[in-house]
Ligand binder design. Sequence first.
Ligand SMILES: [Zn+2]
Ligand SMILES: [Zn+2]
Length: 240
Amino acid sequence: MSTEVWSKADLHIHSTHSDGTGKIPEIMEYVATRTDLKVIAITDHNTIEGALFAKELEEIYGVEVVVGEEVSSTEGHILGLFLSEEIPQGLTPFETIRMISDQGGIAIIPHPFSRRGVFGPFGRSSFVAAISELAFHAVEIYNSVPYLGWANRVAAKMFHGGQGIAAVGGSDAHMVHGIGRGYTLFRGTTAEDLRKSINELETRAEADRGGIAVALRYMRSIPQIRRLQVANWERCKVRI
Ligand SMILES: [Zn+2]
Ligand SMILES: [Zn+2]
């Protein structure tokens, strides 16, 4: 049995199908050759197109792919994992989470305390209400986007077990070199093990300190990310 083995999964990755700079095959290549991630989720804004493409490539690269989407709800971004159908944008959090759950998916609050509109949904005061009133499965305690350091610290402080919700980490990578900088540690090795580990609230959020080099690369990529947001406007436009 693999129950004593713990593995890493990056649950929050963007590709060129929304505003990420990495094409799906580049992402798969990077994960396979440069990281020790066992599972990744492709979570583009309001589309599962790239994630489905990545899923088709998983055997070639030996990386298991979870089909995900970062859905723009009326209150902010919501990550849906283990999806088979695309979730439409513009619904309330309640409706969005219900559509994710109806197809057996996992609903996650990403970057809960970012003050940047497009990246942030729930403020400090509504966080407790959101996790008690809405059926989220997990909250992203670590997000490795460089300017979210402060928000991560608040998230970690406000999160304490016993809230019936799992802690996960993701990179929110918009370029391949950011992949794996934040990740989720789960029991087992497969995507199904990951799902089980989240359901049993035993996952942990961790950070791989990429250092200043990754932050600088990230800053240099911002103009390209902005251009992709314009090119994929219908998917990325919703500002909260
Ligand atoms: Zn987001
Ligand atoms: Zn994101």
